[in-house]
Design a protein around this ligand. Structure first.
Ligand code: KIV
Length: 271
């Protein structure tokens, strides 16, 4: 058996090379093996097992009740469906409440699920944690902008960084987290111009959701692009199943639109 069986898998290095050559990175969430396989076989570069599973799978109002066991269960299912795509797991609410707890949680994702990266919400306050995980060889995606786990503190799901002081703070947070060792940034619900500045400043890939077309890549919640999320589809998303024949075709259309910078359009972005 080859010792390089994972060679064709997308890696942190592949993603950085994509940013360097200006190729857009396509990302979607998944929560089970069957959907993961569809994404893997239809050109999605990165699959995130998001704690959004609390809302779209479990029917919860927020992501806060999602547990480590939930994440491991869905993460293992998704991992079985992937051969090529890069796998990220979300650190659920309170799993990173202390450095020790976060190391144990992230270590569990790497060992029990086979994750390639963990994603955590927070700004420069996560610097020490990012440094620690980096030292241990655990790649980190730092989630800035709207952080759904802080919804009660933020007072609702709203665009972040519209005021100058908050925009400056986000630029600084991005710089500090990259310096601490983060290998990826994710910007959620951030004005297009600010997301562009952060993307240009960063040497690591910046993935956007509701953050405009200038990010290095885009991510959406799978159930939103299939039009089956409960309630209204968010402004920053698009129902790709509405104009395509089947799920695989919808995923391919999303991938193509992101690669060609047709998505997101102005109507999916914020000023
Ligand atoms: O939990 C999730 O699915 C996410 C995406 C919305 C980026 O964090």
């Amino acid at each position: 058996m080859s010792t390089h069986a994972t060679q064709s898998r997308t890696s942190v290095r592949t993603l950085k090379e994509m940013k360097a050559r200006g190729e857009k990175i396509t990302c979607l969430t998944a929560y089970d093996a069957s959907f993961a396989q569809v994404l893997d076989q239809n050109g999605v570069d990165v699959v995130l097992v998001g704690d959004s599973l609390g809302m779209v799978i479990q029917g919860l109002e927020t992501t806060l009740p999602v547990t480590m066991d939930d994440m491991v269960y869905h993460g293992q299912a998704v991992a079985r469906g992937l051969q090529r795509a890069f796998l990220i797991l979300d650190m659920p609410f309170m799993s990173d409440a202390s450095i020790e707890q976060a190391v144990a949680s992230a270590g569990r994702f790497m060992k029990q699920v086979g994750a390639s990266m963990v994603k955590l919400e927070g700004g420069a306050d996560q610097r020490e944690l990012v440094e620690t995980l980096t030292r241990l060889g655990i790649p980190v995606c730092a989630h800035l902008g709207l952080q759904p786990q802080r919804v009660h503190k933020l007072g609702g799901y709203r665009v972040q960084g519209r005021e100058q002081a908050r925009a400056d703070q986000m630029l600084e947070d991005a710089r500090i987290l990259e310096q601490a060792g983060a290998d990826m940034l994710l910007l959620e619900c951030v004005p297009t111009a600010l997301a562009q500045r952060i993307t240009e400043q960063a040497s690591i890939p910046v993935i956007g959701i509701g953050a405009g077309v200038h990010c290095d890549g885009q991510i959406l919640v799978l159930y939103d692009i299939l039009g089956i999320s409960a309630g209204r589809i968010p402004k920053f998303s698009k129902n790709y199943l509405a104009d395509t024949a089947d799920i695989a075709a919808a995923v391919r259309q999303y991938v193509d639109d992101v690669k060609q910078q047709r998505f997101p359009a102005a109507e999916h972005s914020f000023e």
